[in-house]
Write a protein that binds this ligand. Structure first.
Ligand code: NAD
Length: 237
């Protein structure tokens, strides 16, 4: 079956995505040729983005975060927009994303499980006051609340737990799907990648430029760009 045939017959699609879903919006992923992990830093990005580094070296953490993790001018691409259209058309149950960029919501998706949090939510570690991403972008050094506490992004750093309500919602959606489309992810970040095991539906589709550990288990593997691939499909509106 083609992807168009699969999507046409599906009634409860769930989309599970990663950083590759946003590369066509100009945001680099982590593990591709031009990804963040191939760029040279004195300290590896995985280390900088860990909870222990954040607490030990907040200045350096925020310098990297502001420089690399706050793509506030990026716009949703054809993949984000088509998924939002499928949700409006009653075909798509949910988007489960490892991304923190908020582009699914910017495209109009409503049921989005952000496994690794969002750059758009930031909280004072002392009093809990909320700050938008623009506050971090415009701050310098370590961003500080009016009460003097550090303002921390609500993103899951390496070594931190995922939010249990978000995980439960994502797993329930995956378990209820008739078709699961996995795209733009190397499937190397756990526990997120392990949630795919809850899928019990008919069609498992993978759209990814590079090979992944899931390829052999899929009914369809597409080695194309996810935005271009979804752009070619109907909106069903
Ligand atoms: P990854 O970098 O490990 O893998 C990305 C995968 O996407 C690669 O296999 C690559 O071949 C593929 N890819 C890249 N562009 C593509 C395209 N246009 N079409 C199809 N495939 C494409 O990313 P990951 O698996 O999501 O894991 C890395 C972690 O990085 C995640 O936890 C996520 O939180 C974080 N991250 C998020 C963003 C973001 O929010 N946009 C950006 C970078 C990293």
């Amino acid at each position: 079956m083609t992807l168009e045939e699969i999507v046409t017959k599906s009634k409860r699609i769930v989309f599970f995505g990663g950083a590759g879903v946003s590369t066509e919006s100009g945001i680099p992923d982590f593990r591709s040729e031009d990804g963040l992990y191939r760029q040279k830093y004195a300290v590896p990005p995985e280390t900088i983005l860990s909870a222990s580094y954040f607490h030990a070296h907040p200045e350096q953490f925020f310098a990297f975060y502001r420089d690399k993790m706050l793509p506030l001018h990026a716009k949703p691409n054809a993949a984000h927009k088509k998924l939002a259209a499928w949700e409006r058309a009653g075909k798509l149950l949910a988007v489960v994303t490892q991304n923190i960029d908020g582009l699914h919501q910017a495209a109009g998706s409503r049921c989005v499980f952000e496994l690794h949090g969002s750059i758009h939510r930031n909280y004072c570690m002392r009093c809990g006051k909320f700050y938008p991403a623009s506050f971090l972008a415009e701050s310098s050094g370590v961003p500080v609340c009016t009460c003097g506490g550090i303002v921390k992004p609500d993103v899951v750093l390496y070594g931190e737990q995922l939010d249990s309500e978000t995980v439960n919602g994502a797993v329930d959606a995956i378990a209820a799907a008739d078709t699961l489309i996995v795209a733009g992810t190397s499937l190397t970040v756990y526990p997120a990648a392990g949630f795919l095991d809850y899928f019990r539906g008919d069609e498992l589709v993978l759209i990814n430029r590079d090979a992944t550990p899931l390829d052999g288990a899929c009914s369809l593997v597409i080695r194309q760009k996810v935005g271009e691939t979804l752009a070619a499909l109907p909106s069903f509106l």
